[in-house]
Design a protein around this ligand. Sequence first.
Ligand code: DP6
Length: 332
Amino acid sequence: MSEALAVAHPNVALSKYWGKRPGDGRFPAVPSLSVTLAGLATHTRVRFDRGLADDRVVLDGLAGDVRTHSRVVELLDRVRAAAGEGRRAEVVSRNDFPTASGLASSASGFAALALAATCAAGLDWGPHRVSDLARRSSVSAARSIYGGFVELGVGPPAALERDVLAAQPLAAADHLPLAVLVCVTTEGSKAIGSSEGMRMTIERSPYSRAWLDEAPRLHQSLRAAVLANDFQRVGELAEASALAMHASAIAAGVIYWTGATLQALSTVRALRQEGTPAFATIDAGPHVKVLSRPADAGRVRDAMQATPGVERVIDARPGEGATLASDARETL
Ligand code: DP6
């Protein structure tokens, strides 16, 4: 087969990855734990074609920018090398959520691309190898290969580029009843990309050492809280991880928050004071993702929607990992 279509979903990290290990390869400096989200999806088709002189990349109907194009070609080159494939490929990808609003798409994008490209090249790789391939393009993408609650370690000591590091499933999507309300805020100034933001944080922040020491501890506690099915503790630790990551980034001048981000954080605090457990997490952008119990999701959604600067709220739940579509020719 030289054509395949894959579907993958974004994930939100409860304990955050922020910072890479020094040296070659894309190895995270800290472990992370995420939940894969149903309700948002990326569809990606890869077709190897003898007739193509160059790789072609179309994202949401437009040619990929230079940087995205070269990241996609890099992944395709790894697949071609592993499969002995000489043909160039056409990659067509579509997100059903607004990437222009700055919502992370690299996790679902590279997870779908890794799965579609390996399958189209005839490689019969299991999820472990596909997750490692996705990580080489974007660390968080390794986690979107799996559904539910997913963990990613840091790799072997003194990791070399050829070493394998894949995510691992920790618990199924229905293990911990959870609602994730994605609050899309008004855009601020152009955000710094996550690779650049974490590089600046590690190099310049006076608190980068504190973050690198604290993140693994938070991760271990969060892992235990997920396994113990303790929603309250999961929420508290997830918010603590996001705040520690951003505190360290802010001290390096890497500021993703806008006024709307702070307004949303303040609504989450007010909900808690009124007795509704709700917790915030924030990635490399101004948007806020609120964790709540499914039974409280309606009330939390209304409060978030009424917050100045919150444009809309997307309702997401824990969902499944990346899958192949049965019909690769489905219209994208
Ligand atoms: C804040 O995985 O996008 O979302 O590996 O450089 O592509 P690269 O970074 P990326 O960073 C994600 C950062 C985060 C936290 C997380 O998802 O763990």
